[in-house]
Ligand binder design. Structure first.
Ligand code: SF4
Length: 126
């Protein structure tokens, strides 16, 4: 059995959790002050996910790198693959914040979206 210590981030109280793990499964959680803590611990140990933020290269636009993020969390185990994919992307047209850069990114059912506006190199939008 492994004991892992986590901090619940579901609310500002930040309860310290002690999580007993057996065969990669949570068998016991202690330290939570509400049921969300156990749910958080199980998800964090058995299927951790993160909103991914990064930047993609642009061509002919007013900034060289466009900040991007996934619009929902993705499995932590796919982050490296996602970073490799992001290195291959080039944005060549103006986009607005929130606009989809890659739909169904890595087939995960989430989209990669622009995290800021980007204009043409001459400053015009279209
Ligand atoms: S266990 Fe409940 S009270 Fe504690 S940090 Fe998580 S959500 Fe907040």
């Amino acid at each position: 059995m492994i004991i892992k210590h986590l901090t619940c981030i579901e609310c500002p109280k930040g309860c310290g959790l002690s999580v007993d793990i057996e065969n990669c499964k949570v068998v016991k959680v202690q330290g939570q002050r509400c049921p969300k803590g156990e749910k958080y611990a199980v998800a964090e140990v058995e299927n951790p996910v993160r909103i991914m933020t990064s930047a993609v290269l642009t061509r002919g636009l007013d900034i060289k790198m466009l900040p991007v993020r996934t619009n929902s969390p993705i499995p932590k185990s796919r982050i490296q693959e996602a970073m490799r994919e992001i290195k291959r992307i080039r944005v060549e047209r103006p986009v607005r914040t929130g606009e989809i850069i890659v739909k169904n990114f890595l087939g995960l059912g989430v989209d990669l979206v622009a995290a800021r506006d980007v204009k043409k190199g001459d400053g015009s939008i279209f």
